[in-house]
Design a protein around this ligand. Sequence first.
Ligand code: PGA
Length: 254
Amino acid sequence: MVSGGKLVVGNWKMNSSPAADGALVGQLLRSAGSFGAASAVVCPPFIAIPAVAEMVAGSPIAVGAQNVHWEEKGAFTGEISPSMLRNYSVTYAIVGHSERRALFGETDAAVARRFWAAVGASIVPILCVGESGEERNLGVQNAIVESQLRAVLRAGEAGSPGKFAVAYEPIWAIGTGKSASAADAQAMHRHLRSVVEDVFGEGIAKRTPLLYGGSVSRHGAADLFAEKDIDGALVGGASLVAGEFLAIISAAAN
Ligand code: PGA
């Protein structure tokens, strides 16, 4: 487990409106005094980031982006750069989400560029890795996830790793209501920790938060957080409902 408390990240995906965001963030802010040692991050769609950042300014809630480009500026239609995010107080960025990989063709190489650009801009990248249901049935999940992780970490060999997080998100668990069991998630997290240690050494491995994602809800959260190598959660659907997200943060705070 990393020191400094658990990290709970809400991935809003493509869900946002000024009214809904205001209501959701307002409810989170009203309970922010009870987060304890847990850290909370919300990742709205790009267009909602300035308004959300303004609402949470000075609170314990941090703002993350759902992706980040590797260049600073220029002819990259549809993309958002690290410095643009920094201008709106964004301190985290999800990279390599399985929806980006599957629906938008993002490769390990592209994910690696995004990851290291974030590190270079002092934005904490949250690198998503995870196997499909078929890969788990074949028993190759450790190899799949390890290769996704090494492809990104290796690409930064020359640079300093800085601060980053890894989110283990089995694809079969995302949005299905079927979370991995705490024991299966812990087994994968221990493997991920050993890979980070192999690449960067024990010190960095110990302080790198390893998040679990995939149908995290208020029901299974406490069991997941009780596992030694599960340092937090990346939450999709449940992060859009204030009561659900707050219950998960509260499980992380205990
Ligand atoms: P979910 O999504 O919690 O709705 O399963 C998690 C994610 O995709 O990050």
